[in-house]
Design a protein around this ligand. Structure first.
Ligand code: AMP
Length: 366
């Protein structure tokens, strides 16, 4: 079990805001970072020791990058399998390939959860028009057709209101391999940010409530207003997932909370897992200001084989994403008491682009 002490170097695949906040957390622990990303603009490169700008298919560059670092991690789940293989031939990759393969493909992910007895929306495989018809018959409508791969923030999804809309929805997602999911009449969306260390220890931050605008996370309320039994169940589900995947690092587990009364989708349970993200997660940004150890430091600790920090909060918090032009509000936010602002250094505030976030702190339990 290789532990990476201060002075070591973490390689981070991806150069966005998550990589940037990981690099800053690593620096605070005396660790160096090397960013690998093909993009032009790299928010993470501003704060990292070294940057390689190269494609995820550039085998020689990947090998050189991995040879020069003590551990490789990533800030996004769509790392090509071939790149992950090359990296693991030349370094340690954490989280490992099983977690990556599971989270990259919605069908594999849902089948994994089902095999663990973890409730999800009802789902069916769609690979052609015949299986689409069968899936609509089995799942019914309303339902949502989702591409198996490369979907995020509502992209690669089409709602099917009635069976006769199924083909149009299939066209809308480009007839890509997909799953059909039953539409969940959820009361709220919550998530658990959980970590698992190299020694198998797990630590979950309390569940939070997530409010979306235009399919993009707008606000996170920490903690979610839940009974202790539900909060414990959500954390236990998240801990089971990371343990079953032999996971090392931080994971975001998104869940739907069903209303207390009304139809239950699966096994009469109120919590359904929507998806898992094998990385630090937007719904965990509040931990930077409301916990002694943030999700970013926690991820660094886990992948370097350090003891995990306790996930306790010293404050309650509301995290608001600054999307597109909203970032123009930075001066007003900076003048607010008990508000921490984090700006990602992106040059252009395009619509839908995450430019930063602000976290307002409140006394516990208020
Ligand atoms: P996803 O990309 O799977 O996280 O989906 C993005 C958003 O679409 C979720 O945060 C939900 O608000 C909504 N959504 C996804 N799947 C379902 C579903 N089966 N039923 C109802 N809403 C859904």
């Amino acid at each position: 079990m290789a532990t990476i002490p201060p002075g070591g170097t973490i390689g981070i695949l991806g150069g966005g805001q998550l990589g940037r906040m990981l690099a800053m957390a690593a620096a605070e622990l005396g660790l160096r970072t090397h960013i690998y990303c093909p993009d032009e603009e790299l928010p993470a490169a501003d704060v990292a020791g070294e940057t390689t700008r190269a494609g995820y298919d550039d085998e020689a560059a990947l090998a050189r990058f991995a040879d020069g670092v003590d551990v490789v991690t990533y800030e996004f789940e769509n790392v090509p399998a071939a790149a992950a293989r090359i990296l693991s031939e030349h370094s340690i990759v954490r989280p490992g390939p099983i977690a990556l393969a599971t989270a990259q493909d919605r069908l594999v992910e849902k089948n994994f959860l089902k095999a663990q007895g973890i409730a999800t929306a009802p789902f069916a495989d769609v690979s052609d028009e015949t299986s689409l018809r069968d899936a609509v018959e089995a799942i019914g409508t309303p339902s949502i057709l989702k591409t198996r791969r490369f979907g995020y923030d509502g992209k690669g999804q089409a709602k099917i209101a009635a069976p006769e809309n199924a083909l149009a929805a299939y066209d809308e997602i480009g007839r890509a391999p997909a799953i059909l999911e039953g539409f969940v009449p959820f009361e709220r969306e919550i998530s658990v940010v959980v970590a698992r260390g190299l020694d198998g220890e797990t630590a979950a931050y309390d569940p939070v409530e997530n409010i979306h605008k235009n399919h993009i996370l707008d606000r996170t309320l920490a903690p979610a207003a839940l009974t202790k039994a539900l909060a414990d169940e959500a954390c236990a589900i998240a801990a089971r997932i990371v343990s079953e995947l032999d996971y090392v690092g931080v994971m975001g587990v998104e869940m739907f909370l069903l209303p207390e009364s009304g139809p239950k989708i699966s096994h009469a349970r109120r919590l359904l897992v929507n998806e898992i993200a094998p990385r630090v997660h937007n719904s965990g940004h509040w931990t930077m200001d409301a916990c002694a150890v943030s999700q970013f430091e926690q991820h660094v600790r886990a992948i370097c084989g350090w003891p995990l920090g306790r996930p306790d909060r010293h404050s309650d918090a509301v995290m608001t994403n600054l999307i597109g032009d909203e970032v123009a509000d930075w001066a007003r936010l900076a003048a607010e008491p008990q508000t921490a602002i984090h700006l990602y250094g992106k040059r252009e505030a395009r619509p839908g682009r995450k430019m930063g976030h602000a976290t307002r702190l409140y006394p516990l339990g208020k």
